[in-house]
Ligand binder design. Structure first.
Ligand SMILES: [Ca+2]
Length: 128
């Protein structure tokens, strides 16, 4: 295990208010290579700094829902900003490589019966 750094939910944290971290200010810009989320918080990472985190483009971002971890993220040594996000009741985290490694992203739905769950086919469906 290498160096580690805790990022915690801050004041006002909730479903509509994530906690934002600029890793340049924390001395961790382009240093992060893995994550582990607590049971009640998820993570949204971005390669670049945007004043509005929603502007982070899909190919510049990576995410994981509460309770997930990733030992080798796709944005290894690229992450510049992090948002600690609130739990979402109907969600899953998908990974581009075996053993929950590689590029990760969350999937969310509005309720437990929306859409359908199908088996992920790694041969015909390229992830991200
Ligand atoms: Ca970066």
């Amino acid at each position: 295990m290498g160096r580690y750094y805790d990022l915690c939910a801050g004041d006002g944290f909730g479903a509509d208010r994530p906690t934002f971290y600029d890793l340049m200010a924390e001395g961790w810009d382009n240093e992060m290579s893995s994550y582990k989320c607590g049971e009640k918080v998820g993570i949204m990472m971005c390669d670049r700094y945007y004043s509005d985190p929603d502007m982070c483009k899909p190919h510049e971002s990576e995410s994981g829902m509460p309770g997930t971890m990733n030992g080798e993220i796709g944005l290894s040594n690229k992450v510049t900003t992090v948002n600690i996000v609130f739990n979402h009741p109907y969600s899953a985290t998908i990974y581009s490589r075996e053993d929950c490694r590689g590029r990760s992203a969350w999937l969310k739905t509005d309720n437990s019966i929306a859409g359908s769950w199908t088996e992920y086919d790694n041969d015909s469906n390229e992830l991200l």
